[in-house]
Design a protein around this ligand. Sequence first.
Ligand SMILES: [Zn+2]
Length: 279
Amino acid sequence: MRKWTWLMLAVMAVVMTACASRVAQFHGDRPEPAPPSRLAPPSDVPPTPSVAVHATSPEICFVVPPGQVSLARADSPAAPPPNAPRRPAAPPPRRPTPAIRPKPQALRLPAIAELLSPNCNERSRRAITAIVLHHTASPDDALGIARYFFNPESRVSSHYIVGRNGSLVRCVPDFKRAWHAGPSIFRGVPDVNEYSIGIEICNRGDGAEVYPPNQVATVCKLVANLAKQYGIPLAHVTRHRDVAVPKGIKVDPSNNFDFLRVIRTTQSLLGRRDLMATR
Ligand SMILES: [Zn+2]
């Protein structure tokens, strides 16, 4: 028994010696833990300028001139914070409604022949505020009528004559007073010749002869040009039959002349919305 006891004590002594040596070896091989890192950089390292952060930011992306301190221009908006809600995109600007404009080519008149009549005088009023349409009540063409107006003994004239083929003759300058309406009144203002332009339309005036399309087209263009040039409202385009006094003494233009259609076509040429507006 004593022999086994001594043997056990000897084994235990060997094991304890080995463990003590092992523990001492572990602690000796372990490197020293590094000191906690310093948050602030060493004093000899310059701090990173904040502009360097902005320089790589995509929100501010423009070249900085040398020597300029700030990257942000005075008029540039500040970059939004990353989590800022996005502003809704501004609606696109509304395009203004295009104004209705007359088409220059649509108002182009045929060449105007001129045979000036002596049957005219000065206007006492300078403003031209009305247009009067007539028929010639004749089988003659425009030049034939112009020759008649050219005769001082006829004592009549008009500013323009529109032929059946759409040709155009001028007999009196616009600024002069032609003798086409005679005794007349329009919208309560007498002597329509004083403030109007007279247009004769070649037609027999029997109500049977048609007004050819080319002729009507020239009438519309002429009226449109005059209305535009003098600022005449289309409500001031009238017929001799509507202004002659006494009422019923004149019947021109004849019943088969589509006056309303002429006004509508003229309105279309001018691009006006106010069909019969008055000033
Ligand atoms: Zn007439």
